[in-house]
Design a protein around this ligand. Structure first.
Ligand code: ZN
Length: 485
C-alpha cells in the first residue's frame, strides 16, 4: 500500500517540492525514513507515531518506509512531520483515497498530536501555489501566511481535527482575514527628540536619499534614540517589498504568529557579540541573518568598532550588491539584504574625546587601535557622517520636536522628486565641489557620494537645480579629519 503527500522544503527563500511517499508492507513492524533526512527530520518518527496515537488513530503494524524525494535534496527540520503523518494515514486507509488530492501539507507535530507552526510557511505555500495545489494543511498559526500566498489554508489545532476535515466530517475554519499593519509611522516618534536639530536634519536626509549614516559622539547622548526613529520617517514598503520582507521574516521564524504582510520598514539592531552567521546569515538551513532581516529597512550597528572585523568585512557583500550568498550543502542560498546602514561610534574607546567637560583617559595607541577596527572601505560606505554633540540642558527642557508624520511627508515628496527629476548642478555648486575635491583631497568615490547627498538635499528643498548651498551642506557631512587620518 502506497500513498503520497506533497510538501515544500526551503532552499534560501525558494520552495522546493518534496514528495512524501509512505509504503506499507507486511513483515516485522518497523518505521524508516529514507531520502537524505537530517536529524530533526529523522526524529519525525517519534513525533508522527506518538501524534497519530494521540489523535486516536491507528498506527499500522506493518513495515513502514517513508521516502522523501528527490533524494538529492537535504531535508531539514520538523515541517515534514505533518505530511509524513498524512501519508501514513492515507496508506493505511484511514483517509479517503482522494482526500489529499490538490493538497499540500506543512507543519510539525507535538507528541500529543497538536500541530506546531514551522518557519517558512509563506514560502512553502508559494511552492504549493506554483505546483497548482489549491489547499495546504497546516497549523492554525500558519494560516495567515498560507492565505497570503493565495492558497486556501486547511488549518487545524490538532492532527485529529485535520483528519476530520480531510474525511469530510467537518469544515475547515474560514480562511483568516489577512491584515496589513496600519500605514502609520511605526515605533518611537521624532517628536520625543528635543534639540538635536542637526541630527534630526541628517536623519531626514538619510531617509529621503536612502543614505547610510554614521553618528559619532560620546555615549549616552541619544544616538540610539535617534537611529530608532529612522524607520518611522521612511515610506511604507510597497507590495513587492512587503512580500519579500515577509518571506524573509517567515523563513527566519521571526514573523509574529498571525501576522500578515510586513508593511513597516524593519529595524534590526544586532549586538556586537553576535556571530558573523547571525549578522549576515548562514548556519543550518541556512537561515537569513540580521542583514537580511533588515532588508527594506534599517540595520543599526551600535558601537561599530566593537564589532569583530570579520563581521564588518562580511557586510561588504550586502552593502555592495544588496544580497548575501551563503554556501550550503549542495550549492548556495542567496538572501536579499538591501538595507540602510546606521552606525555609531565614539572618537575614542572611553568615549570622552570630543565631549567638552570630560577628560579622555585613552592612550594614543588605544585610540589608534580603536579606529583601525573600522576599515577605510567601510567608512567610505557612509554617505553622511555626523558628530552628535551632547545636548545642552536648555535644549532638553525645550519644546517637543516636529513629529515623524510631518517629516515623513517631506521625505515622500523628496523621494518622488528624486525619482522624476534629474536636477542639473549650478555653476557655483560645481565650482564649490571642485574646490572641495582639492582642499579635502576627496576621492572619486567621496565626490560621487557628496554629489548624491547634495541631490537629496536639493530634492528636500524642492529645487530643480542643485545649488552651492546644497553642495555646502552635503560637504558638512564628511567624516571628521580625526577619522580619516
Ligand atoms: Zn578616551
Amino acid at each position: 500500500m502506497l500513498a503520497r503527500t506533497v510538501t515544500h522544503a526551503l532552499v534560501g527563500l525558494n520552495p522546493c517540492a518534496v514528495e512524501v511517499e509512505a509504503h506499507l508492507q507486511r513483515g516485522i513492524p518497523s518505521f524508516a525514513i529514507v531520502g537524505l533526512a537530517d536529524r530533526a527530520c529523522q526524529e519525525a518518527k517519534h513525533r508522527v507515531r506518538s501524534g497519530i496515537a494521540s489523535a486516536e488513530l491507528d498506527w499500522p503494524t506493518k513495515r513502514i518506509t517513508v521516502n522523501l524525494a528527490p533524494a538529492g535534496l537535504r531535508k531539514e527540520g520538523s515541517a515534514f512531520d505533518l505530511p509524513i503523518a498524512l501519508a501514513v494515514l492515507a496508506a493505511s486507509d484511514q483517509l479517503p483515497p482522494d482526500a489529499l488530492e490538490d493538497h499540500a501539507a506543512f507543519g510539525e507535530l507535538a507528541l500529543d498530536g497538536r500541530l506546531r507552526p514551522v518557519a517558512g510557511a509563506l514560502v512553502a505555500a508559494e511552492g504549493a501555489r506554483r505546483a497548482g495545489l489549491t489547499r495546504l494543511v497546516c497549523p492554525l498559526e500558519s494560516a495567515p501566511e498560507v492565505a497570503l500566498a493565495g492558497v486556501e489554508p486547511v488549518a487545524a489545532h490538532h492532527l485529529a481535527e485535520a483528519v476530520a476535515y480531510l474525511r469530510g466530517e467537518r469544515d475547515p475554519p474560514a480562511a483568516p482575514a489577512v491584515y496589513d499593519l496600519p500605514d502609520a509611522p511605526p515605533g518611537p516618534d521624532l517628536a520625543d527628540v528635543r534639540g538635536q536639530e542637526r541630527a534630526r536634519r541628517a536623519l531626514e536626509i538619510a531617509a529621503a536619499g536612502g543614505h547610510n549614516l554614521l553618528l559619532v559622539g560620546p555615549p549616552g547622548i541619544g544616538k540610539t534614540m535617534l537611529a530608532r526613529r529612522l524607520p518611522g520617517i521612511l515610506p511604507p514598503l510597497d507590495d513587492d517589498a512587503a512580500l519579500q520582507v515577509t518571506r524573509i521574516h517567515s523563513v527566519a521564524g521571526v514573523l509574529p504568529p498571525g501576522a500578515g504582510l510586513v508593511r513597516v520598514p524593519p529595524f534590526r539592531a544586532p549586538h556586537h557579540t553576535a556571530s558573523a552567521a547571525a549578522v549576515v546569515g548562514g548556519g543550518p538551513g541556512p537561515r537569513p541573518g540580521e542583514a537580511s532581516l533588515a532588508h527594506g529597512g534599517v540595520l543599526y550597528l551600535d558601537e561599530l568598532p566593537e564589532f569583530p572585523r570579520p563581521v564588518l568585512e562580511a557586510l561588504r557583500e550586502p552593502l555592495e550588491d544588496g544580497v548575501v550568498s551563503v554556501v550550503r550543502v549542495g550549492g548556495r542560498a542567496v538572501f536579499p539584504a538591501r538595507f540602510q546602514l546606521v552606525g555609531t561610534m565614539n572618537l575614542c574607546p572611553c568615549g570622552a574625546r570630543g565631549d567638552p567637560g570630560t577628560a579622555c583617559v585613552c592612550t594614543p595607541q588605544r585610540i589608534e587601535r580603536y579606529r583601525e577596527r573600522l576599515s577605510r572601505a567601510l567608512l567610505d560606505r557612509f554617505d553622511l557622517v555626523l558628530a552628535v554633540p551632547r545636548p545642552r540642558g536648555s535644549e532638553l527642557a525645550g519644546a517637543r520636536g516636529e513629529s515623524s508624520t510631518d517629516v515623513r511627508t517631506r521625505v515622500l515628496l523628496a523621494r518622488e522628486h528624486l525619482a522624476l527629476v534629474s536636477s542639473p548642478l549650478a555653476d557655483d555648486a560645481s565650482a564649490l565641489l571642485t574646490a572641495a575635491v582639492e582642499r579635502l583631497s576627496l576621492s572619486a568615490r567621496g565626490r560621487a557620494r557628496t554629489l548624491r547627498v547634495a541631490h537629496t538635499i536639493a530634492a528636500l528643498a524642492g529645487a530643480d537645480v542643485v545649488g552651492a548651498s546644497h553642495v555646502g551642506e552635503a560637504l558638512s557631512y564628511r567624516p571628521p579629519a580625526e577619522l580619516t587620518a
